[in-house]
Design a protein around this ligand. Structure first.
Ligand SMILES: Cc1ncc(COP(=O)(O)O)c(C=O)c1O
Length: 370
């Protein structure tokens, strides 16, 4: 559904009477170093022929390329118009009756259930555990669910669960399907420690988005990998040409150039770790706000007492910085914001402004009235 997402940069640009490019968009969780210049050059070179013909109807070429890249069987992979298409497809195609969403998390899992008339419960992780999922609690709650959505690392908390814990959980409930959304895993310090993409467990589906790691959300391309018995029910729902020509050209290039992609992702991880450390330290030293430990490229922040997210959002927006007000995440409230890391200069400007707002004495600008 359209409504559950964060900041709309086009709307804000209209309000501020500026161009979207003049706004620092810290609400979108995309790679601050992307897109890769070599990828852009490649797409520019082939744009005339790419848009003048239909793309491959089932995106078979990039399914093969993706499978080769990850060393998996192409019969276990399907491409979609972003992972969004797949999130909405899975509960419907599998005929799910009851789902469990481990939250607070991305709202489209809940919305996909609502759209497909699937009953959906949330298991909200505890703030005092830094929102790290309690695997025992999930096991208990998931016992009555056909399907569980688990985002790893999670949006918006940044919490990460390593593979042995996920495997143990999935093995313990063989009758439940686990959809593990790894859209933000390429930003984690060691993605290999957590990924389930190589898992051969019969009840695990993995979502992999190209939007975030490669900063190509405008192209709309993502994948699901699952064992064949779980893939078969998806096939009759596949839409022809759902992955456009430019998206297919981009994935083909990315999967064919591991020698450029791997160093790009590794410099991304390095940059993110450095920036995250600096920002968390700065906010911690100067303010009462609390940054939750994040394994990915964004940070969830609990505002100091008395401040609220819509007000902080407005003040940042007036300075042409778009952050995520987390009020509309089930399990969070107006006490939380999320910032997604950008270039060092943008991060410094935003954190200086946030620190100033967080230190504003009670009753002044940025505080609750009364
Ligand atoms: C956790 C998560 N999964 C999936 C998506 C959808 O990404 P896309 O459809 O671009 O692959 C998003 C988008 O913000 C997200 O935050």
């Amino acid at each position: 559904m359209i409504g559950g997402h964060g900041g709309n940069i086009y709307q804000l640009a209209q309000q501020l009477e500026c161009r979207p490019s003049e706004i620092s968009d810290m609400s979108a969780n995309v790679n601050p170093l992307g897109p890769m210049p070599a990828l852009i050059e490649h797409l520019k070179g082939g744009i005339s022929s790419a848009i003048a013909a239909l793309p491959e109807v089932d995106a078979g070429g990039i399914v093969d390329a993706f499978s080769r890249f990850y060393g998996i069987d192409p019969r276990q992979v399907m491409a979609g118009n972003g992972t969004t298409e797949l999130i909405y497809l899975i509960p419907r195609a599998l005929g799910v009756k009851k789902a469990l969403v481990v939250g607070p998390t991305y709202s489209d899992y809940r919305d996909a259930c609502a759209m497909n008339r699937v009953a959906c419960d949330h298991l909200i992780c505890r703030e005092q555990d830094d929102f790290v999922p309690d695997m025992q609690a999930i096991r208990k709650e998931a016992a009555t669910a056909d399907l569980v959505f688990l985002c790893n690392p999670n949006n918006p908390t940044g919490a990460l669960v390593n593979r042995p814990h996920i495997e143990a959980l999935c093995r313990s409930l063989p009758g439940t399907v686990f959809v593990i959304d790894e859209s933000y895993l390429p930003f984690a310090p060691v993605p290999a420690d957590a990924t389930m993409i190589g898992s051969d467990l019969p009840n695990v589906m993995v979502l992999n988005s190209m939007s975030k790691a490669f900063r190509i959300p405008g192209l709309r391309i993502g994948f699901v990998k699952a064992p064949e018995p779980l893939m078969q029910p998806l096939a009759p729902f596949a839409l022809p040409w759902s992955v456009n020509s430019l998206a297919q050209a981009a994935v083909q290039w990315l999967m064919d150039h591991p020698e450029q992609v791997e160093p790009f992702l590794s410099s991304t991880r390095h940059m993110i770790e450095t920036e995250k450390g600096r920002i968390e330290e700065y906010i911690h030293q100067k303010t009462e706000a609390r940054c939750f430990p994040s394994a990915t490229s964004f940070i969830l922040i609990r505002l100091p007492d008395g401040l609220n997210a819509p007000t902080v959002w407005r003040q940042m927006a007036d300075n042409r910085i778009l952050i995520r007000d987390c009020s509309n995440f089930s399990g969070l409230s107006g006490a939380f914001i999320r910032i997604s890391l950008k270039t060092e200069a943008e991060n410094r400007r935003a954190t200086d402004l946030l620190v100033r707002l967080f230190r504003t004495p009670a009753g002044e600008e940025g505080r609750h009235a009364g």
